[in-house]
Design a protein around this ligand. Structure first.
Ligand SMILES: Nc1nc2c(ncn2[C@@H]2O[C@H](COP(=O)(O)OP(=O)(O)OP(=O)(O)O)[C@@H](O)[C@H]2O)c(=O)[nH]1
Ligand SMILES: [Mg+2]
Ligand SMILES: [Zn+2]
Length: 358
């Protein structure tokens, strides 16, 4: 009997991730566009390195071996910018000012931003076509949704999965507030509903903060790596992080000084884990427009299409309107999840409309 049959904890598919990697490589035909803001050459002799923990208004809080520094960004910062010069998680070099701010925190100026190993981007809100890097240099993305209050939305999950793939981040799904599913008697339905992700090799964890269900499995998953915890507002991201760390203690006195005492998370913040690794708490988002997604590359992000797309009559096939489309047939036959196909159609419509207006 499998975990799934028992309706227990987490669902970890050890299956072959080779195919997934292959598809990802094929899909990543678009290079991340980055323009050098300024290449300064040698670093100033007093520069020290650290990483960006969170934003503090227009400034950045940077952890270094000499302690926290609240930093401005130099007007001639050396970075490979893709529209976002500094992001939480960035490796940076700063020159200390030799002073402190009103809270007694050391101050400095960021002069260089390191190359981002991984990143999670989206299209910035508003009309401008601009990339917004939400977080950089994390290994994993925990997509946290709630079993209820608020109801989860698979379209948003699918967008996160694409963005994670594009940014070289390994995603997994956390369904928190599973206690509410039990009250409503819908745990089984949720598992069925999310089976397509498990089939894709994406691990799904079921958690409940008050009863600690699933927290051991999650703790294990987070150990020794860096994980961005993202998802809609109110799903319990901060509650999970607080249960797994002593977040306030871990980030230190400094975050208390700068936090605005709000319940809702207002900006991404790196929280070290007690036994190694770190998590990045992030504010809930309602919408997520994937940055730089082309209609032609979209099918590659729906890797379950691959087994069928070779048999479509027309090559290439958009899998939307062409006759004798093997992908649509597979959806009808139940071999491809209907919701995933719906996500594909919605995204395809979005990206083709956006391409027309470019
Ligand atoms: N029933 C139930 N409630 C939970 C659980 N986890 C968190 N909550 C509650 O859900 C509410 C939202 O939790 P938060 O941790 O602030 O959610 P968040 O995802 O960080 O929200 P944002 O910061 O706005 O993105 C709080 O009232 C929590 O007490 C859970 O497992 N079960
Ligand atoms: Mg929060
Ligand atoms: Zn087709």
């Amino acid at each position: 009997m499998t975990d799934k049959d028992q309706g227990l904890g987490s669902y970890v598919d050890d299956g072959d991730s080779h195919n997934r990697r292959k598809v990802r490589q094929t899909a990543k035909r678009l290079l991340r566009t980055r323009s050098i803001v300024k290449e300064r050459g040698n670093l100033p002799p007093l520069a020290i390195d650290g990483y960006v923990v969170t934003s503090v208004g227009p400034q950045w809080l940077v952890w270094t071996t000499c302690g926290y520094h609240v930093c401005n960004v130099s007007g001639s910062v050396d970075c490979e910018s893709s529209g976002t010069i500094v992001a939480v998680g960035d490796d940076v070099w700063l020159v200390p000012d030799g002073a402190t701010d009103v809270h007694g925190t050391l101050t400095g100026t960021i002069v260089k931003v390191g190359v981002r190993r991984t990143l999670l981007s989206r299209k910035a809100a508003g009309r401008a076509r601009r990339e917004q890097v939400l977080v950089s240099n994390v290994d994993q993305l925990a997509i946290v949704v709630a079993a209820a209050d608020p109801d989860y939305n698979k379209r948003l999950i699918d967008r996160y999965l694409i963005a994670a793939d594009k940014g070289d981040i390994e995603p997994f799904i956390v369904v928190n507030k599973i206690d509410l599913a039990d009250v409503m008697g819908i745990r089984g339905l949720i598992l069925e509903d999310l089976a397509a992700y498990i089939d894709l090799g994406i691990d799904v964890y079921l958690t409940c903060v008050p009863t600690c269900e699933g927290l051991d499995e999650l703790r294990e998953r987070l150990a020794d790596v860096s994980t961005l915890v993202a998802g809609p507002s109110g799903t319990g991201k901060s509650s999970l992080i607080n249960a797994l760390t002593d977040a306030r203690l871990a980030v230190g006195e400094i975050s208390k000084v700068y936090s605005k005492g709000r319940h809702t998370t207002t900006g991404a913040v790196v929280v070290p884990l007690p036994n190694g690794g770190s998590v990045v708490d992030s504010p809930g988002i309602r919408e997520f427009a994937v940055w730089q997604l082309d209609a032609d590359e979209l099918p590659f992000y729906f890797e379950e299409f691959e087994a069928f797309s070779g048999q479509c009559k027309f090559q290439p096939c958009s899998h939307i309107h062409e006759p004798d489309c093997a992908v649509r047939q597979a959806v009808e036959d139940g071999a491809i999840d209907t919701d995933r196909y719906d996500s594909y159609c919605i995204l395809r419509h979005e990206v083709t409309t956006a391409q027309l207006h470019r």
